[in-house]
Write a protein that binds this ligand. Structure first.
Ligand SMILES: Cc1cc2nc3c(=O)[nH]c(=O)nc-3n(C[C@H](O)[C@H](O)[C@H](O)COP(=O)(O)OP(=O)(O)OC[C@H]3O[C@@H](n4cnc5c(N)ncnc54)[C@H](O)[C@@H]3O)c2cc1C
Length: 306
C-alpha cells in the first residue's frame, strides 16, 4: 500500500494540472511546513532562527528542469544573490542546487559553466555548494561535472549518492580516492527495478554499506536521513572506528523530525537542516508526501482549518 502511495505522489510530482491546482491554494496548504518561504526575504529569518538553535543550514532556490539558457542565467543570478546575502547576514548556511535548474536537461556544458561560476563565487565568499542528485538519467553527468570541478581545483563543492541505485557503491569506490564531500541519501525519485532496489530493506542495507565505507575513507560524509536506527548505527560505528566528529554531519530536512535535529545538536554532533525556499515548491512538496504519506493528514488538517 505504501509503495502504491509513494508511486502516486511521485507521479503527481509530474502532473501539471495538479500542480496548477495545488499552487493556487498556496502556501497555507502545508508547503510552509517544509519550505522556508516563497522569497529570500522570507527565508533569511528562518535560516537565522535555525542557526540560533545550533543548527547549520543549507538553502536551495526551488526549481528544476529548466529548458532555456536565458532562464538558467536568472537562476545563476539568484544564487549569486543568495550567496552574497548569506555572507552579509553572516549565516551558517551553504547552498544546495540542482543541475537541471542550471540547464543539465538540455546542455551539459552550460550546466557545468553555470555551476562553476557559482562554485567560484562561493569560494571567494568562503562558502560551499552541494550538487543535489536528481533522477537516474542525471547521475552520470552530475558525477562528471562534480569530478571536473574537483580536477580544476575547487574543494568547496560536494555531491550526493543515492543508496537505492545499484551503481552507487561503485560510484563511491571510484570517488573515494579524491577525498570527496558526499551526502548519502536513500533516494527520492521513481526509479525502475533495473536501476534501483525495489525493496526498502535493500535500500536501507545499501545505505549502511555506503555510510560505513564513506566514513572509513578520507572525505567528508553527510548522513542525510531521518531514520533514527541508521543515525544511531552511524554514531556507534564512528565511536568504534574513531571517526572524528568533524568528518561527518547529520543532515535532515526542514520540517522533518525537528526534535531529533535538536537532540543531535545537544549530543554534540554537527547537524545541518536543508531549508529550501521559493515559489516553485510543488514538486518538492510531492516528494516529501511520497516519503511519508501521513504528511497528507497534516495538509488535510490545514485545509479543514481554512
Ligand atoms: C538533507 C537531505 C538532502 C537530500 N538530498 C537528496 C538528493 O539530493 N537527492 C535525492 O534523491 N534525495 C535527497 N534527499 C531525500 C532522501 O533521498 C529521502 O527521500 C528522504 O530523506 C527520506 O528518507 P529517510 O532517509 O529519511 O528514511 P525513511 O526510511 O524514508 O524514513 C525514516 C523515518 O523518517 C521520517 N521521515 C522520512 N521522511 C519524512 C518526511 N518527508 N516527513 C516526515 N517524516 C519523514 C519518518 O519518521 C520515517 O519513518 C535528501 C534528504 C535529506 C535529509
Amino acid at each position: 500500500m505504501s509503495a502504491l502511495l509513494r508511486f502516486s505522489f511521485l507521479a503527481a510530482a509530474d502532473s501539471r494540472t495538479l500542480q496548477r491546482f495545488v499552487q493556487q491554494h498556496g502556501f497555507r496548504l502545508g508547503a510552509a511546513r517544509f519550505v522556508a518561504g516563497e522569497s529570500l526575504d522570507a527565508a533569511v529569518p528562518v535560516l537565522r532562527r535555525l542557526n540560533e538553535r545550533g543548527l547549520r543550514t543549507n538553502t536551495t532556490l526551488l526549481g528544476e528542469g529548466v529548458r532555456a539558457e536565458a532562464e538558467t542565467t536568472k537562476v545563476v543570478d539568484a544564487y549569486r544573490e543568495i550567496l552574497e546575502r548569506i555572507h552579509r547576514e553572516q549565516l551558517a548556511t551553504n547552498v544546495a542546487l540542482k543541475l537541471t535548474h542550471l540547464g543539465l536537461a538540455f546542455d551539459e556544458e552550460l550546466a557545468c559553466r553555470n555551476v562553476e561560476e557559482l562554485v567560484a563565487h562561493a569560494q571567494t565568499l568562503g562558502n560551499f555548494i552541494r550538487i543535489d542528485m536528481e533522477e537516474s538519467r542525471c547521475v552520470e553527468a552530475t558525477l562528471r561535472i562534480y569530478r571536473r570541478l574537483r580536477e580544476v581545483g575547487y574543494d568547496n563543492v560536494g555531491t550526493v549518492l543515492q543508496s537505492y541505485l545499484y551503481r552507487s557503491e561503485d560510484d563511491l569506490a571510484s570517488l573515494l580516492p579524491t577525498k570527496p564531500n558526499l551526502r548519502i541519501v536513500k533516494g527520492a525519485y521513481l526509479e525502475p527495478p533495473e536501476l534501483a532496489y525495489p525493496k526498502k530493506a535493500d535500500v536501507d542495507a545499501a545505505y549502511v554499506r555506503l555510510i560505513e565505507r564513506s566514513l572509513l575513507g578520507d572525505g567528508f560524509t553527510g548522513i542525510a536521513t531521518h531514520d533514527e536506527r541508521l543515525i544511531e548505527h552511524t554514531i556507534a560505528f564512528t565511536r568504534r572506528h574513531d571517526v572524528h566528529r568533524d568528518r561527518f554531519q547529520f543532515q535532515l530536512l526542514y520540517g522533518v523530525r525537528p526534535r531529533l535535529q535538536l537532540d543531535l545538536v545537544a549530543r554534540g554532533y554537527s547537524v545541518l537542516v536543508a531549508t529550501p525556499y521559493g515559489p516553485e515548491w510543488y514538486r518538492y512538496l510531492m516528494r516529501r508526501l511520497a516519503e511519508r504519506p501521513a504528511n497528507v493528514l497534516f495538509i488535510a488538517r490545514n485545509l479543514v482549518r481554512r
